[in-house]
Design a protein around this ligand. Structure first.
Ligand SMILES: [Zn+2]
Length: 193
């Protein structure tokens, strides 16, 4: 077991003033103190990446002091009789591959939606306005699609959560823009196309 110290800070909270946190490869006890503490938003069952490894919070108010968060290496929910390191490696590689693809699609969506948000439809020709409306529609559609994909994936892979949050934010902006553009068209031009 390693203990937190000045030379060996706790990998979770960075505690280095005393030895209240301890850990090894199987378990980590991170002390909830005033100056150092594990992330407070974390709930039991949620995970944290420490030095590239995913750890799950399995217990709070535990350890000698009754004031430690207990982390164990995160094990994906797979039926044990199915389990083999080989399969695990494969699924993990697949997951990572899907994740890369999804993040690529997400980045495309960011570009399209950013271009749409840059539209200044109040000062453009009718032709440009048609293009803008198409771009906005495309951003709306892509936003819906990528969100649904990420929601599905998130069930097995928590890495998607942050992206979904970003997508929701962006979708909101795009929907507002779409309403504005629609209202503008109605008010000034009547329905176009
Ligand atoms: Zn700690």
């Amino acid at each position: 077991m390693q203990y937190s110290s000045r030379k060996n800070p706790c990998p979770v909270c960075g505690r280095n003033k005393d030895s209240d946190c301890r850990w090894n490869d199987e378990v980590m006890f991170c002390h909830v103190g005033t100056n150092f503490a594990p992330p407070s938003h974390l709930k039991v069952g949620e995970t944290l990446v420490v030095n590239g490894i995913e750890w799950a919070l399995v217990k709070t108010d535990a350890g000698h002091s009754g004031r430690a968060h207990v982390f164990k290496p995160h094990r994906p929910l797979e039926k044990s009789f199915n389990y083999s390191p080989h399969i695990y490696k494969e699924t993990k590689a697949k997951k990572d591959e899907l994740f890369r693809i999804a993040v690529g699609a997400f980045e495309d969506y960011l570009k399209v939606s950013k271009a749409a948000l840059g539209c200044n439809f109040q000062q453009c020709t009718l032709e440009e306005l048609r293009e803008y409306k198409k771009l906005i529609e495309r951003a709306v559609e892509e936003g819906k699609e990528i969100r649904q994909i990420m929601l599905d994936m998130q069930r097995n892979d928590k890495r998607y959560s942050d992206y979904i949050e970003l997508i929701d934010q962006r979708n909101k902006e795009i929907n507002n823009l779409k309403n504005e553009a629609d209202n503008f068209c109605w008010a000034h031009l009547g329905e176009i196309e």
